[in-house]
Design a protein around this ligand. Structure first.
Ligand SMILES: [Zn+2]
Length: 129
């Protein structure tokens, strides 16, 4: 069994009460962050609509100097837990390992972590049988 400190990721979580607050946070973080991936330099005017349609969304802020990354997220009350696990696992994936400088490859890499989180949740639901 790993020591307790080996179990913990250095990450902070910020959950928002509404999609509007999350969208505002994204615009604020995006505007202040240096080195934000170029693909994301333009924030879609449809972002809020997209968040609402998906009923969940998250992003990670890796740019606070000297501070652990922050995962910002919102989800509707009754979203499926496995979808939520995938989304949050994906965002955590951006905080660990070696990032790709190519946006699509980085998203694919993060998806691997999302799949891990998803698989773990499904495994636990089966009661470890
Ligand atoms: Zn991502």
């Amino acid at each position: 069994m790993p020591r307790e400190d080996r179990l913990k990721l250095k990450v902070r979580w910020r959950r928002y009460a509404t999609p509007e607050l999350l969208e505002r946070a994204f615009r604020r973080v995006h505007a202040s962050a240096e080195g934000w991936p170029t693909r994301a330099t333009k924030v879609s005017p449809d972002l809020l609509r997209s968040i609402k349609r998906n009923r969940m969304w998250a992003f990670v802020d890796l740019h606070a100097p000297g501070l652990p990354p922050v995962v910002h997220y919102w989800h509707a009350a009754n979203v499926r837990a496995d979808r939520l696990a995938f989304m949050l696992g994906h965002e955590l994936g951006h905080t660990v390992g070696k990032r790709s400088k190519f946006h699509r490859l980085e998203e694919d890499r993060a998806d691997e972590y999302g799949r891990v989180a998803h698989a773990v949740l499904l495994r636990l639901r089966k009661g470890n049988r």
